[in-house]
Ligand binder design. Sequence first.
Ligand code: SDX
Length: 431
Amino acid sequence: MAENTGTATITIHGKSYDLPIHTPTAGPEVIDIRNLYAQADVFTYDPGFTSTAACDSTITFIDGAKGELLHRGYPIDQLASQSHYLEVCYLLLYGELPSAEEQERFESLVTNHTMIHEQMHNFFRGFRRDAHPMATMVGVVGAMSAFYHDSTDINDAHQREVASIRLIAKMPTIAAMAYKYSIGQPFVYPRNDLDYAANFLHMCFSVPAEEYHVNPILARAMDRIFTLHADHEQNASTSTVRLASSSGANPFACIAAGIACLWGPAHGGANQACLEMLKEIGTPDRIPEFIARAKDKNDPYRLMGFGHRVYKNFDPRATVMKESADEVLDLLGVENNPVLQVAKELEKQALADPYFADKKLFPNVDFYSGIILEAMGFPTSMFTPIFALARTVGWISQWKEQLADPQLKIGRPRQLYLGATARDYVDIEKR
Ligand code: SDX
């Protein structure tokens, strides 16, 4: 727990209350209001929790003004360029970069748990072929609690560890199976001779009829996409996982809840929505029409892939992602990809527009990730499942941290009630 460094005094109807101030290692100080209701019989009000710290954490820190993202203190651009996803997973889960021996042991654990229970294949066959892969993932991940009973007891440290490894190891397999099922191709089993990202690409794109060799540049770009999506403080889906976990729900149910929340177009669904928007724009000459709609106060339309709840300068992940986009498209010889042309022109025009500049609306992580994924051959419906795959380690790390918090109690926000006060029932004959 942070140390107290003074008090804030709030005066309500002439009576004053002192509230402790806690000092973080980085970011704003926090005013501890947990006893305010008991002391002053008032709630605080913060729709969307934009000014509320729901927990303390040591995992990820974002400075929205500086465009800074740290995982256990390490800047995202250094991790994206010098590390790799499973090493970042270790860092997020255990707090420190692993030694060579620790990394080898961790990667071996993950590699040897990538297969799912054979009977779970039947779950996929219960869905329509055209089901959105996110629907399949919510269902199958939630159903893992029906298969892996030996890792559902959240009060058992060993079971928490087993569930963590199982989820990180099996998410690529489940996401790839959801994809294969949606295109009517046979499931491809994971291979232990491939690294995490290459294995995922192999499970998605290989077919029994011929050998599939994973291009190492695409595998590297895939791994970087995983790293850039690994964790992001208390975003909507992570907060969903924490709230589900606060009731004591098993890890598979909590991660299924996180997947469901991530699906929304304002959150993880933005990468799919962004690509669909770029395709709808179609050609650079139509960009002004879409920018005008996004600026129109009477039109709820927004530019997908632009803006962020926290970053009010630039999303550091988008900077790295943009480099990867150029590499991949150059490799695939599609640097003239019409979607990329529209994306680059849209970014240029939007950032030159006072509306976007004044509101600090700039491309976020989802703006470029969709372009890379499309160039790799993924349908837009697979973009958010890939985000969910990558974010699982963040959800799990935050889930473990919360369970270890001695202050943990079930989450129970209150409300500003504006509804009817007590009134008597009226029989239908008298209405
Ligand atoms: C992710 O939280 C996380 O960390 C999320 C994430 C993660 O890694 O977990 O980073 C992943 O979800 C990235 C965000 C992906 N979403 C999108 O790209 C969807 C489009 N973006 C918007 O929906 C919006 O920008 C949000 C939801 C991302 C952020 O919303 P905010 O910060 O609450 O901004 P706001 O809705 O209060 O908007 C502020 C102003 C408003 O205008 P005014 O009322 O002040 O006149 O900016 C406008 C908004 O209308 N605005 C936009 C806009 N985003 C905000 N106008 C046009 N296009 C946009 N994209």
